[in-house]
Design a protein around this ligand. Structure first.
Ligand code: SAH
Ligand code: SF4
Length: 415
C-alpha cells in the first residue's frame, strides 16, 4: 500500500493544495493516468528515451489512454513490440478500484471506489433522456461541514489526485462501454464487436460528488484539463459544471484557468441562516460571494451561473426567502438560474425536506421574478446516490456483508 499523508481536519481552512501528482506505488512503477502529455514525455525521457522518442511515445500513449481507454501497453499497436514491455516494466495505466457498484431502479448508478492507499470515495452516473451526467468527487470527505450534507460528516479527508479524478471518468466510460471501436477483448485483439456504445451515454460532468473542488484547486484543474483535451476525452467546457460552496478567493481562477460552468451552493439568503447551514459563509459572506459570481469570467446570459438551493422545511423556504433571493440575484445583475433541490434525508440529519407545495410556491415566486427555478427531481435515492447522501457505504456496511452481497449477486447471475 502506498503511503499518503492525510490532511488534518481543521474545519474551515484555506485551500490546501497537494503538490504531489503521482501517488507512489509499492511496485515502483508510475501510474500515468491523470498526467499531462508533457509530464508523460518527461518521465519517458527520465527513464532513458531520447527527447524525440519521448515526445512521440508520450503522444501515442496519451492517445491510447484517453481516446481508446486502453490500460495495457501490449494493446498499443503502433508502438514497437519491443518497446511495449519496456513501458510495462516502468509504468502502469490505472483505474480506481471498484469496491461496489449499485444500480438504482431509476437507472442511476453509483460506484464506491478506493484509492491505492485505501480511501473510499464515490461517483454517480445519472442518465436522462437527452444526456448522461457523471457526478465526480474531488476529495475523500469534505472539511466544510455543511449541516445538511452527509459528506460533511465524514471523518477522513484527503484531496484526490488528478489521476483519481480523471480515473472516475475513465471508469465510467469503461462501465458504459463507451470507448470507440478498438476497445480490446480479452485476448488483446482489436475487436469491433467489443464496442457496445448505444450513442454517447456520458455527455456531461458535474463536480458535485464528495468534497469541495475549490479546496483541491490544482488537482481539479489539472484533471479537468485532461478531460477537456481535444486529443483525448475532448469533453467541452460547456458540458462541465463545477459546484462550490463559495470559496470566494478561488472563483476567479476557476473561471480563468478551468473555464467551466459554475454552480454555487447558496442555500440561504440571510447571514444567520447561511452561517448555520453553510458555515464557510462566516468566512466569505453572501455579498462577497455574489460579487465573485458577478465577476466570474465567462458567465453570460448564454452561460448562466447555477445557484443551488436546498429546500429545508421552516429554515430557508418562506415566501420572503424566495423574494429576497430574486432581489439579491437582480441586485448583482447575475446571469442566473436557480436549482431547487429537495433535501435528501439521511440518518441523523438535523433537517427535514420542505413540503412539495412549499417548494412549488417558492419556485413560482422565483419564476415570477424572471429567474428560472426548476425543482430538481431526486435521483438514485434508493441507493443513497442523491445529492448530499454520498458517504462511503463502507462506514455503514462491513466488508463481510459486502462480500456476501457480491456472492449472492454472482449466484443470481449464474442461475
Ligand atoms: N462541495 C461542493 C460540491 C459538492 S455538494 C458544494 O457544496 O457545492 C453538491 C451539491 O449537493 C451541493 O449543492 C450541496 O449543497 C448539495 N447537497 C448536499 N447535501 C444535500 C442533501 N442532503 N440534500 C440535497 N442536496 C444536498
Ligand atoms: Fe462539503 Fe459541499 Fe457537502 Fe458542504 S455541501 S459539506 S461543501 S460537499
Amino acid at each position: 500500500m502506498a503511503d499518503t499523508n492525510l490532511m488534518s481536519i481543521p474545519g474551515q481552512v484555506d485551500p490546501v493544495p497537494v503538490a504531489r501528482d503521482i501517488t507512489p506505488r509499492a511496485d515502483g512503477r508510475t501510474d500515468l493516468l491523470g498526467l499531462p502529455r508533457e509530464r508523460i514525455r518527461d518521465l519517458f525521457a527520465e527513464a532513458g528515451l531520447d527527447a524525440k522518442q519521448a515526445k512521440l511515445r508520450a503522444k501515442q500513449v496519451f492517445h491510447w489512454l484517453y481516446l481508446r481507454g486502453v490500460t495495457d501497453f501490449d494493446a498499443m499497436t503502433d508502438i514497437a513490440k519491443t518497446m511495449r514491455p519496456w513501458l510495462a516494466e516502468r509504468f502502469v495505466i490505472g483505474r480506481p478500484d471498484v469496491v461496489e457498484a449499485q444500480h438504482s431502479t431509476d437507472g442511476t448508478r453509483k460506484w464506491l471506489l478506493k484509492t491505492d492507499d485505501g480511501h473510499e470515495f464515490e461517483m454517480v452516473f445519472i442518465p436522462d433522456a437527452d444526456r448522461g451526467t457523471l457526478c465526480v468527487s474531488s476529495q475523500v470527505g469534505c472539511t466544510l461541514n455543511c449541516r445538511f450534507c452527509h459528506t460533511g460528516t465524514m471523518r477522513l479527508v484527503r484531496n484526490l489526485t488528478p489521476g483519481e479524478i480523471v480515473g472516475q471518468v475513465m471508469l465510467a466510460r469503461d462501465a458504459l462501454g463507451e470507448w470507440p471501436k478498438g476497445a480490446m477483448d480479452d485476448l488483446g485483439e482489436e475487436s469491433e464487436s467489443a464496442y457496445t456504445s448505444d450513442g454517447r451515454l456520458l455527455t456531461n460532468i458535474v463536480m458535485m460528488g464528495m468534497g469541495e473542488p475549490l479546496y483541491n484547486f490544482d488537482n481539479v484543474r489539472d484533471a479537468l484539463r485532461i478531460v477537456m483535451d481535444g486529443d483525448g476525452l475532448a469533453l467541452s467546457k460547456r458540458r462541465i459544471t463545477l459546484s462550490t460552496s463559495g470559496v470566494v478567493p478561488m472563483m476567479a481562477r476557476c473561471g480563468e484557468e478551468i473555464g467551466v460552468n459554475l454552480a454555487v451552493s447558496l442555500h440561504a439568503v440571510t447571514k444567520d441562516v447561511r452561517d448555520e447551514i453553510v458555515p464557510i459563509n462566516k468566512k466569505y459572506g453572501i455579498e462577497e460571494l455574489l460579487q465573485a459570481c458577478a465577476d466570474y469570467p465567462g458567465a453570460s446570459n448564454a452561460r448562466r451561473i447555477t445557484f443551488e438551493y436546498v429546500m429545508l422545511k421552516d429554515k430557508n423556504d418562506s415566501d420572503e426567502d424566495a423574494r429576497e433571493l430574486v432581489r439579491l440575484l437582480r441586485q448583482y445583475d447575475l446571469p442566473a438560474k436557480v436549482n431547487l433541490i429537495p433535501f435528501n434525508p439521511w440518518g441523523g440529519a438535523p433537517y427535514e425536506c420542505s413540503t412539495p407545495e412549499r417548494i412549488k410556491r417558492f419556485s413560482n415566486i422565483v419564476f415570477e421574478g424572471g429567474i428560472s427555478a426548476p425543482v430538481r427531481t431526486p435521483r438514485g435515492r434508493d441507493i443513497d446516490a442523491a445529492c448530499g447522501q454520498l458517504k462511503t457505504t463502507a462506514e455503514k456496511k462491513s466488508r463481510a456483508q459486502r462480500d456476501r452481497e457480491a456472492a449472492e449477486k454472482a449466484q443470481t447471475v449464474e442461475a
